[in-house]
Design a protein around this ligand. Sequence first.
Ligand SMILES: [Fe+2]
Length: 338
Amino acid sequence: MRMTSRFSITGPLDGASFGAVVRLRDGAGAAGFTAAAEAEAATLRRALAEAHGVLLVPGMGAMADDPGLLLRASHVFGPEVENYRQTGMAPNMVHPEVPEIFVVSNIPPVLRAPPALPDPPLTADGHLPVQYPHRRGWHTDQSYRRPPPDVSLFLGVEPVPRGQGQTLFADGIAAYETLPAEVKARIEGLDGIHVSSSAGRRREAVRAGTPPRALGPLEQPQRQPLVRTHPETGQRALYMCEYGQMDWLDGPIAGLEPGADGEGGRLLDLLMAHMTQPRFVYVHEWTAGDLVIWDNRCTVHAATWFDAENLRRVMWRTTVSGNPGAVYRGEAKSWLAA
Ligand SMILES: [Fe+2]
């Protein structure tokens, strides 16, 4: 970090082996942070890369009153910020004034339910389960699109108290680096087949023999490298999702025996269990005003259960794209009509 930077960047994150906390040295709040981030975009982008793809910026609560600040901060991390009104998101899930903000909330008008509790709810030694398959729902955002997005920003507008409603992150770079050589050789050049969870190709549906629905031209399954090369650092990272966001009918891994219990599924189970070992995972317990920024090209994440009957939760997300790496160069967007 340059000594002239206005930012203090310290890592790793609490209890984790990666990630970093970013603070403005003079503590000028969300407006000051956003202006400094625009002035020092390269510093923050390098910090995100050096932290293996997760940054925490505390104290951004004023963004909830001035949502344009979140949009400006998002532009620091890449050339394009998705406008959800243009990409067909249900209107109740889009911020009414800033359509680049996707609202994740259990209260009206969004009414999004939290994930189920793991079974059992705690590990044998009493901890929050993080490792797949005990922990379900690990994914990287919008991997069912080509080119996939780069970075997501997630603001805790009204998070739930600590101990529930966490966001979990796993370091795909460390996970790749620690794979046995024979596994690295086995997965070299392989592609995962990703598809939206709404496509009816989830693992359970395929296992149950549920007939798949016909998919339109803009929702076709998309191949993605199982190992992504980061366009800014050249580092390699595991890149995959699990039950809900892979194509379990024709995949999950192209060229390997398909299906819920085929060779491709067994390989994906092995890789996902490796990647989500506690030593590679950061558990974010939310405080209102936390802004968490993650790089979808080299991390996976998962949401956890919270008591939606008794608690309100409001979170805002933006999605940044435009720098997916050489393998996607020149491609049209798979989810938009030409
Ligand atoms: Fe996500």
